[in-house]
Design a protein around this ligand. Structure first.
Ligand code: FAD
Length: 294
């Protein structure tokens, strides 16, 4: 099913993001994760891919697994290190696997890696998919604090508008910890004429290894409330877990109260954290979406 249809049916869409195992890793662990996440009845599960060409290889396999567990998959596809032939082959495999939804990404720059002449921006990939002869629903990424390579948020939003106009039906945001950044961004893109639904990307900070990696990789602004939480519980795994879950739930409740069209949870393949958060927010989602039927 196209995810755009889910957005037509629901006021707030709720989904998870997982990453595939390494090429040599045993599939059993991820199968267990997908099974447990599927039992939480998300609207869809997205499966990341790596920016390097070979890294895309397990994404279709895991997307097929998501489908087998009865949940709609969204397959990520990057283009920065690809050419038309490689992208066509990936699209063909996804289509043959019965995958209806693709998240079209440029991918992060890898130092020293040869960059594509054919796909300079994600918008080039969106156009290519639209003209591929396959019938995919296309999602794309957006950045409430601005993409790190952009000189300013206004330039980034102008580029986002080009990407959406190329044929994107919904957007997933980069993770953020201050909801005001999301609300400001939502107003700005609306003024710029970007009118597709935007799902807020929420990353529960529950492990110190994640804290270090995520903060440096995403470049997300760290509000004082998060800094206090991290410095107080950095070496206390049980407390950091509980504090991280509570912070994410608080963020989600605020986003849903303010009419966000959905939440995309970066669960880092942790089904336990996904379950704890989902148990807290599911009644709210039911109430919001149930109101649709009246
Ligand atoms: P683009 O939309 O191309 O934007 C990149 C930069 O180029 C921005 O600064 C933009 O303003 C600028 N730009 C865009 N169009 C133009 C134009 N026409 N002219 C001039 N400048 C332009 N990475 C992975 O490797 N694998 C994943 O699975 C993955 N999943 C992600 C999921 C989400 C929800 C998000 C938010 C990010 C994800 N990423 C992933 C990271 C992403 O690949 C990087 O953030 C990357 O740096 C930008 O990708 P993009 O698709 O947003 O690029």
């Amino acid at each position: 099913m196209f995810i755009s249809r889910i957005f037509l049916q629901k006021k707030a869409v709720y989904s998870f993001e997982i990453f595939p195992p390494k090429p040599t890793a045993d599939i059993a662990a991820v199968e267990d994760t997908v099974k447990n996440l599927s039992a939480l009845s998300p609207d869809y599960i997205s499966v990341t891919c790596s920016a390097g060409g070979s890294g895309n290889s397990r994404t279709p396999e895991i997307a097929r697994m998501v489908k087998r567990f009865g949940v709609e998959p969204l397959a990520h596809l990057t283009c920065i290190n690809s050419d038309r032939a490689a992208v066509s082959a990936s699209l063909q495999e996804l289509a043959e696997s019965g995958i209806d939804n693709v998240l079209a990404l440029r991918g992060d720059r890898i130092e020293g890696a040869k960059e594509s002449e054919e796909f300079r921006h994600a918008s080039d990939l969106v156009t290519f998919i639209r003209n591929s002869g396959h019938d995919f629903d296309i999602a794309a990424a957006c950045y409430p604090e601005g993409h790190p390579e952009s000189p300013d948020i206004f330039t980034d939003i102008r580029n986002l508008k080009k990407k959406v106009d190329a044929g994107v039906s919904h957007l997933n945001t980069q993770l953020f910890f201050d909801n005001d950044d999301f609300f400001r961004f939502r107003d700005m893109i609306s003024l710029a004429g970007v009118d597709v639904p935007v799902q807020a990307g929420i990353m529960p900070l529950v492990k110190k290894s994640h804290v270090d990696r995520i903060i440096s990789l995403s470049g997300a602004k760290i509000p004082a409330k998060i800094s206090r939480m991290i410095s107080r519980f950095y070496d206390k795994p049980d407390s950091l877990l509980e504090a991280g879950i509570a912070y994410a739930v608080d963020q989600i409740v605020d986003l849903l109260s303010a009419g966000a069209r959905g939440v995309h949870l970066y669960v880092m393949n942790n089904a336990y954290v996904a379950r704890r958060i989902t148990e807290s927010v599911a009644p709210i989602l039911r109430e919001i979406n149930g109101a649709d039927d009246n």
